[in-house]
Design a protein around this ligand. Structure first.
Ligand SMILES: Nc1ncnc2c1ncn2[C@@H]1O[C@H](COP(=O)(O)OP(=O)(O)OP(=O)(O)O)[C@@H](O)[C@H]1O
Length: 325
């Protein structure tokens, strides 16, 4: 049985300017210990997918319209508050691009680190502090014994990111959701943080969902990747297949836009145009307006659905499905 199984998740935002179908029929599953990358441009619904699982959708204007998200037999989208508390922040944790999303600026790091342990585990304060120190050590905070009493602002950006990771991992979660945790950091610190997540994953054996707009980042980190466009998954495969045999024109375009994949001296390739307005769904494929391979059939009928290319590789382009591309 997979650790997490999401079926037909739809999360819409009901605003004055219309209903934004941020996530529109997303299904995927994740095995224990597996790392799944969710890739797509800004606004494609990556964060809203994960926020839905974590109970972080602001309601209103947001609303989960349909779907189930089974985590070890419990539906995260339809569970009791007590079930939610026993899972979120303990068995499932999340880290964010901005560490201050989860760190409290007015609380010493020591108090923040021990809080989830005191809530979820039968443990004394002394034992909890010992665990917190070990955790800070494990995420590479030097001189953790004195720094544990710092406030978040007394750490540099990269170090704050490490503190947030320590806080997310201190309960040894079975699933970590990482929402662009390195985007705001310089390249060296970015690499260190990615290495750290990999190491902690190996130590704890947790599964990871890694959200990023950067296809380059997922290559060294993820077992499997799913590509999102306009609230839907348009392609999913193991990382190697997705890199070397991408099928969907959007995935191919994303791959072409990785700077290191482009020949030296050539003009940087970018995907022309903008993602569609999610409040005005158009007939046909939502990528058609920007797709260099689109034909009339792509702009008519229902949005194409995922179909297998081969075992574990699914994609949603009609022309690929018809064997034309
Ligand atoms: N609070 C909100 N109110 C209204 N609409 C929202 C809200 N939050 C998200 N949305 C809608 O959901 C869409 C998807 O947002 P989401 O944050 O999931 O994108 P993303 O792929 O994670 O992008 P990014 O990389 O920029 O975080 C947005 O384009 C927007 O239309």
């Amino acid at each position: 049985m997979p650790l997490l199984s999401v079926k037909d998740l739809r999360t819409y935002f009901h605003t004055r300017s219309g209903v934004f179908r941020a996530v529109d029929g997303v299904s995927f599953s994740l095995e224990r210990g597996e790392t799944l990358g969710i890739v797509g441009e800004s606004g494609s619904g990556k964060s809203v997918t994960c926020y839905s699982l974590m109970g972080l959708i602001p309601t209103p204007p947001g609303r989960i319209e349909s779907g189930t998200a089974m985590f070890d037999g419990i539906d995260l989208l339809n569970c009791t508050p007590a079930q939610a508390r026993s899972i979120r922040g303990k068995r499932v944790s999340m880290i964010f691009q901005d560490p201050m999303t989860s760190l409290n600026p007015y609380m010493r790091v020591s108090d923040q680190l021990i809080e989830p342990l005191m809530i979820h585990e039968d443990i004394t304060k002394k034992e909890a502090l010992k665990r917190a120190l070990e955790m800070l050590d494990a995420v590479g905070i030097n001189d953790a014994a004195s720094r544990i009493h710092y406030f978040p602002h007394e750490f540099s950006g990269g170090m704050r990111q490490r503190v947030m990771i320590a806080m997310a991992l201190i309960t040894k979660p079975e699933l970590l959701i990482a929402d662009e945790p390195t985007t705001a950091l310089d390249v060296t610190v970015q690499a260190q943080i990615l290495e750290l997540i990999k190491k902690m994953q190996a130590d704890i054996g947790m599964a990871v969902v890694f959200i990023t707009h950067d296809l380059g980042v997922v290559s060294g980190l993820c077992d499997r990747v799913q590509v999102m466009y306009a609230g839907k998954i348009v392609e999913t495969a193991d990382t190697r297949t997705l890199f070397y045999e991408p099928k969907h024109p959007y995935t191919r375009a994303l791959q072409r836009s990785i700077p290191s994949m482009q020949p030296k001296g050539s003009e940087l390739y970018t995907i022309k145009g903008l993602p569609p307005d999610l409040s005005k769904p158009l007939p046909g494929c939502s990528f058609a307006a920007r797709c260099e391979f689109a034909v009339d059939a792509c702009r008519a009928g229902d949005d194409p659905v995922l179909a297998p290319v081969k075992d574990g590789h699914l994609q949603a382009c009609l022309r690929v499905q018809a064997g034309e591309l």
